[in-house]
Write a protein that binds this ligand. Sequence first.
Ligand code: HEM
Ligand code: HEM
Ligand SMILES: [Fe+2]
Length: 467
Amino acid sequence: MGKLYESQKIALLYFSVAIVLFGAQLFFGLIAAYQYINPDFLYGILPFSVTRMLHINAMVVWLLMGFIGGIYWLLPSETGRDVVGAKLGKLAWFLLTAAVGIVVLVYLFKQIGKGDIFTLWFITEGREYIEAPRWADLGIVAVMLIIYFNVAATVLKAGKITGLLGVLLVDLLALAGLYVAGMFFTPNITHDQFWWWWVVHLWVEATWEVLVGVLMGYALMTVLGTPRRIVEGWLYLEVLLVFGTGILGLGHHYYWIGTPEYWLGIGGFFSSLEPLPLVAMIVHAVYDAGVHKLQTVNRPALFWIFLQAFGNFFGAGVWGFMHTLPQINLYSHGTQMSASHGHLAFFGAYVATNVALIYIALQHIRAPEGPILDSKTWKVAYIGMIVSMVGMVGALLVAGFAQTFFERAVGGATWQDFITAQMHPWVSVPYLWRFGFGVIFFLSYLVLLYDLATIGKKVTVAEVKPA
Ligand code: HEM
Ligand code: HEM
Ligand SMILES: [Fe+2]
């Protein structure tokens, strides 16, 4: 087993919780998908509103925990030293995990109630994706400060800073700062949504994109041996493009929430440019892989990196672009198109990043001096996840198109038109497909778990053959 820094041990703690929460996300997603088909299922025991909330909140938390794991993992190789304040870092992990556990239990047992200040502080804030109650919000901010201290103090102590670390330090500050925007309580729904989008959009289309740019840069250096000069050059370009387009791209959510009219033009223009950095990321990954003729010591990590580049481009770039222009969004807003895009984008850009990083860590632990980290099972999980995700996303896209057409364009977006569209087979049948493909996705997750537990543990026959 390779030697582990304290920082990397913290990374493994984060990765472990992340992967368990991934399972929880899928479990509740499956129940929610089944409730779409059979609305009576668990009615009064575990309603759709709760299964959906658990599905998407678990997603946000596990993805963040995976990123944090990645940060602790790369810290020693970037700074050449162990983390400063390891004990504090472990404490932060414990606090975050405990807070998540408590919040989930509260969600499960206290499903309905009054929307008052007590609820806001102790039950839920009720803002989609970031529903955690205020006490947990404050805890999360404290934990983020500790993590920030760990990274910044380590960089200071090391006395050197790399391009990756510089970008990371600035980006983390923005990421943590934005979270605070999700805590403003205002009774005016337009104001409330205005700030809420700051977190949701500016996270996934700005600060998270830059963060995975850093993490994928590190991954390319480790897995393909790409020179730092090239990785960092591309990273700066990507940061420029991501922030240049993504910040004002925020306008694509402001169209219909009651903000001034100028957002229509600003949002339409800037958000339509958002795919640009994603194209740059593909060019970067494909170019590096070509230069190194796909030679790698870590097959699964390399393939998940590819998936990240392409998944990010298609899920966020292409699927996002499809409905970002106001002329289209006027009709498609809030249909299954959003869910189709949301699934592909989160999977491609962020799930793939985390899985690649976990394989990088596993190689260091299980096969530090080679041979190649490889197995049959990672391929099964990889292909299973891609096929089932494409299936779910395709099904929702058909449903979204049909809704846009029958409910909005042909109908007049009335309540009756909504019902008519929901009954239409092009909308109702895809809900069955989503459930079916969801089951395959869940099974692929189980294969992934098995592979993560076993890959690299035993040397295969091919590898012990004399050369
Ligand atoms: C077993 C596989 C999965 C199933 C069955 C599933 C099912 C669902 C269902 C039923 C919803 C609620 C949709 C609605 O309110 O109309 C949902 C929402 C969502 N899911 Fe999944 N999901 C799965 C996997 C994933 C994965 C892997 C991700 C990304 C990492 C993801 C991300 C999301 C997001 C972002 C939303 C909110 C979408 C929106 O409101 O537009 N899901 N999912
Ligand atoms: C990895 C990056 C991205 C992720 C994870 C992501 C995820 C999502 C999710 C989950 C939603 C549904 C939000 C809700 O609950 O209402 C959404 C909405 C939207 N996204 Fe993205 N997105 C990404 C990038 C992009 C990009 C680059 C574009 C444009 C080119 C885009 C365009 C849109 C639009 C227009 C909506 C609003 C749909 C509507 O409400 O009508 N997204 N995104
Ligand atoms: Fe957005």
